[in-house]
Design a protein around this ligand. Structure first.
Ligand SMILES: NC(=O)c1ccc[n+]([C@@H]2O[C@H](COP(=O)([O-])OP(=O)(O)OC[C@H]3O[C@@H](n4cnc5c(N)ncnc54)[C@H](O)[C@@H]3O)[C@@H](O)[C@H]2O)c1
Length: 308
């Protein structure tokens, strides 16, 4: 029997995530949205691409949660995206209402599912989902670090004119202006990038990574990035469905790790069939530790506004 992934929100990120999942033949997909006809149309359109792509998966679009029953994974992309002049935090109240509503519905239909949260502001929405779902932290994980690290990897590869395959990078912290790119733990074919790129230039790449989302928003004007964000969410889906035990930077609920308790923040995680299988604690310098704690404080402030 094929695995089943539900994606809530058939907008740019959700529909493109469905595209990557189908094209990789990972699972059957159910796309859910409040807009009548949009998930149905996109689902049918994608289904009609499958003979060309030689993939046997079904993609159903619906407004009805009964079709989502017994999903292995549910990816939450429902909500509004930012436009020029907006920060991710400006989405807080609207997306809090949407995310708490849809999480209640998907968990009622799929009590054993693993939730991957994508809606922004990411860390506060992961916390919202965790509080609403009542699932263990192993089954409520947020996507941000894979995207932020992919952006950092892109900029490093371009700077050094090397294959993106050679570049690994780590970005910790919240998904916002306080995110913490970690040059010491970012490498090219195993060589720390601190050996290859001068500090001043590296600082510019770090800043471009922090501004990676807004750089795209400024170009698009009507919405935010979706190809890389959806690919990032699907890397997490694949790691779980294939029980890969893959280490990825994900947003996880901390219970004392990194000296932080009771909040979602981006840390290195092992993803496998059980969802979040381990949080890897790496040694931080005093400066890195302070940056992570500052980022956690920013998340805490947002969570206080919505009381989660
Ligand atoms: N975590 C990350 O790194 C990351 C990256 C990119 C985007 N995002 C976030 O993902 C979210 C989606 O972005 P997008 O570009 O796909 O936006 P979009 O506007 O294209 O799509 C959002 C979809 O959600 C739907 N929706 C709204 N309320 C709903 C509800 N109650 N139930 C079901 N569906 C509902 C809308 O109808 C729309 O189709 C935004 O909040 C955005 O900020 C996060």
């Amino acid at each position: 029997m094929r695995r089943k992934v539900t994606i809530v929100g058939a907008g740019n990120v959700g529909a493109t995530a469905a595209h990557w999942i189908a094209e990789k033949e990972l699972a059957d997909v159910v796309l859910v949205d409040v807009m009548d006809g949009v998930p149905q149309g996109k689902g049918l359109d994608l289904t009609e691409a499958m003979p060309i792509e030689k993939c046997d998966v079904s993609i159903i679009g619906t407004n009805d949660y009964s079709a989502t029953a017994v999903s292995d994974i549910v990816v939450i992309t429902a909500g509004i995206a930012r436009k020029p002049g907006m920060s991710r935090d400006d989405l807080l109240i609207t997306n809090y209402k949407i995310v708490s509503d849809v999480v209640g519905k998907v968990v009622a239909a799929s009590p054993d599912c693993i939730l991957i949260i994508v809606s922004n502001p990411l860390d506060a929405m992961a916390q919202t989902a965790y509080r609403t779902a009542g699932l263990p932290r192993e089954r409520v994980i947020g996507m941000a670090g894979v995207l932020d690290s992919a952006r950092f990897r892109t900029f490093i590869a371009d700077e050094l004119k090397v294959s993106v395959e050679n570049v690994t990078a780590l970005v910790l912290g919240g998904h916002g202006d306080t995110m913490v790119p970690m040059p010491r733990y970012s490498t090219v074919a195993g060589i720390p990038i601190t050996e290859l790129i001068a500090p001043e230039r590296l600082a510019e790449l770090v800043q471009r990574t922090r501004d990676g989302g807004i750089e795209i928003v400024k170009y698009l004007k009507t919405g935010s990035a979706y190809y890389a964000p959806s690919a990032a969410a699907v890397e997490m889906v694949e790691a779980i469905l294939k029980d890969k035990k893959k280490i990825l930077p994900c947003t996880a609920y901390l219970k004392g790790e990194y000296g932080i308790s009771g909040y979602y923040i981006g840390v290195p995680c092992k993803l496998g069939a059980k969802g979040l299988e381990q949080i890897i604690e790496i040694k931080l310098t005093a400066e890195e530790d302070a940056a992570l704690k500052k980022s956690a404080e920013a998340v805490k402030e947002l969570c206080a506004v919505i009381g989660v």
